[in-house]
Ligand binder design. Structure first.
Ligand code: NAP
Ligand code: MG
Length: 508
């Protein structure tokens, strides 16, 4: 495939008005050392474009800009909650007004199907801004009663305050949505942000900066630094950063926590997962098969919540697995620009090699693998794979593959299903398919996961807290919890004095 077809030329025009510099203090600039970073188009393996590659001095410039923009007395600091709310709402509106272009940018840069980006990522990003626009006017403190002293003598209140400068570091799988998920709640709380998109998918973050500028966000409130892992590391470690909010791999999350220990800066982490999906024998099997396939194959399997471990009650195991194998074989793989495409390429050649290595080692251990083929194309494609008869301790069963690879295993009892599901260092998401809603809720309460879907998967909403337990991270995004993550609570205590009532002031 070549980048010179008519459709490609039309599509690539979405890059025409896109700045490729760093967005710092409301201005676009080159990196101080003029370095550039290449972004590939995974569907063709060709260079899509180049963007600025931020270095340590650019990180310092952007953190200083964010610090100045949020300082007491600054325009952002003085802005009324009503005005802040309107600003967030406007950005949400602009995302919808520019939906086709934004979807195209993520489609070209990440490889995902255009119609998935247009129907999923882009409206979801707008919804986060619209939902978060409701919070600035509702961030109330409390009129707190003192417990050990005289309530008449002490007037105490709590005040929510923005945590300060936020470093937001995001991965490549949902580029625009991830940017929105970090930026919108941070702005709702009154913070200022330095956003670092993944090096493979920098473009929609730059477009978001453009829209924020168009919405009138004061300079420095949102800064965007395109760069690589070293840029992210320098940003996360910068002493001017008050909070790091990170989505990405567990290893990088660990390194961010180590760095944060130096000065105890705040950290929220959304990390990896190996999410279990339990199908009971009484489930609507058509719904369970479709649901299980959607759980693992959506977005090429490159989702942190992918339902990658499937546990099926033994009497329906063969039927469910056969159904999923059939669905997998029918998934149309191709360039995301093609309207028929249901699954795009993986993000990079290196990532595909890593995904395939799990399948090779499963086969070598005697597991049965269907799919997992590499089509004859320059893009980084890999067909969806289903693995059965794997050793329960094999890497493909224990580790996050982050690709379209499902591992299925039978179970006999409810207790066994719950034990198998919870036998993981992760705890991000889980699912239960059954017609017995009582069973679904009781099993759901036993599963160690931040989100449990019942007869569904991938339902996310800006009002519903999202995040992981154990190796899947710290804290929650979305909902009120997601805004609280960007607030500090201050307590103000006023000692009104110990009065003995004399003459009233009027009679003095
Ligand atoms: P990654 O390597 O951890 O990268 C994530 C982001 O961190 C990128 O912007 C990356 O920059 C940056 N980064 C890399 N090294 C860094 C360092 N030492 N310090 C600070 N920042 C650093 O993850 P990935 O491979 O791109 O993404 C896949 C992973 O993300 C999977 O494990 C997946 O489970 C996880 N994920 C989790 C969620 C969730 O919500 N829980 C959602 C999506 C993905 P470069 O791109 O420039 O290297
Ligand atoms: Mg790219």
């Amino acid at each position: 495939m070549s980048a010179t077809t008519h459709t490609d030329r039309l599509s690539l025009s979405c890059l025409d008005d896109l700045p490729r510099g760093l967005f710092i203090a409301g201005k676009w600039s080159a990196a101080d050392d003029h370095r550039q970073l290449v972004s590939l188009r995974p569907s063709t393996a060709e260079t899509l474009t180049t963007v600025a590659h931020a270095g340590v001095t650019d990180v310092a410039r952007s953190v200083a800009a964010a610090g100045a923009a949020g300082r007491p007395g600054s325009r952002w600091h003085r802005m009324s909650p009503a005005a802040r709310s309107r600003m967030l709402h406007r950005i949400g509106d602009l995302i919808l007004e520019n939906a086709d272009r934004l979807a195209l940018l993520d489609c070209l840069d990440n490889g995902k199907p255009l119609r998935v980006a247009r129907a999923g990522d882009v409206p979801a990003a707008a919804a986060v801004f619209h939902y978060m626009a409701g919070w600035p006017g509702r961030l109330n403190g409390e009129n707190a009663s003192i417990y050990t002293g005289s309530p008449e003598r002490h007037l105490a209140l709590t005040v929510p305050e923005p945590v300060g400068v936020v470093a937001a570091i995001i991965p490549w799988n949902f580029p625009l949505y991830m940017a929105a998920a970090k930026v919108a709640p941070a702005l709702a709380a009154g913070c200022t942000v330095v956003l670092k998109p993944a090096e493979q998918t920098p473009l929609s973050a730059l477009a978001l900066a453009q829209l924020a500028q168009e919405a009138g966000l004061p300079p420095g409130v949102l800064n965007v630094l395109t760069g690589d892992a070293a840029t992210g590391a320098a940003l996360a470690a910068h002493p001017g950063v008050d909070k790091v909010t990170f989505t990405g791999s567990t290893e990088v999350g660990r390194s961010i926590v180590r760095g944060a220990a130096v000065d105890f800066r705040r950290v929220t982490l959304e990390l990896g997962g190996k999410s279990p999906n339990i199908v009971f024998g009484d489930a609507d099997l058509r719904q369970a098969i479709d649901g299980a396939a959607h759980a693992i194959f959506y977005n090429q399997g490159e989702t942190c919540v992918a339902g990658s471990r499937l546990y099926v009650q033994r009497q329906v195991f063969d039927e469910v697995v056969a159904g999923i194998r059939e669905r997998a074989a029918a998934i149309r793989i191709g360039d995301g620009l093609d309207r028929d495409t249901e699954m795009g390429p993986l993000i990079s050649a290196e990532h595909r090699t890593r995904v395939l290595s799990y399948l090779d080692s499963a086969r070598a251990d005697g597991a049965r693998v269907t799919g997992g083929q590499v089509p004859d194309s320059p893009g980084f494609f890999c067909t969806p794979a289903v693995v059965t008869d794997a050793d329960p301790q094999a890497p493909v069963v224990r580790e996050e593959v982050f690709g379209p690879v499902l591992v299925a295993q039978p179970f006999d009892t409810v207790q066994e299903a719950v034990a198998l599901a919870n036998d993981s260092p992760y705890g991000l998401a889980a699912g239960v398919f059954t017609r017995d809603l009582g069973l679904a809720h009781q099993v759901g309460r036993r599963l160690r996961a931040g989100t449990v879907w019942i007869n569904s998967w991938h339902v996310l909403d800006p009002a519903l807290p999202f995040g992981g337990m154990r190796g899947s991270g710290w804290g929650r995004e979305m909902g009120k919890a997601g805004v609280d993550a960007f607030l500090e609570t201050k307590t103000l205590i006023n000692d009104l004095g110990n009065r003995s009532w004399g003459p009233t002031p009027a009679s003095k």
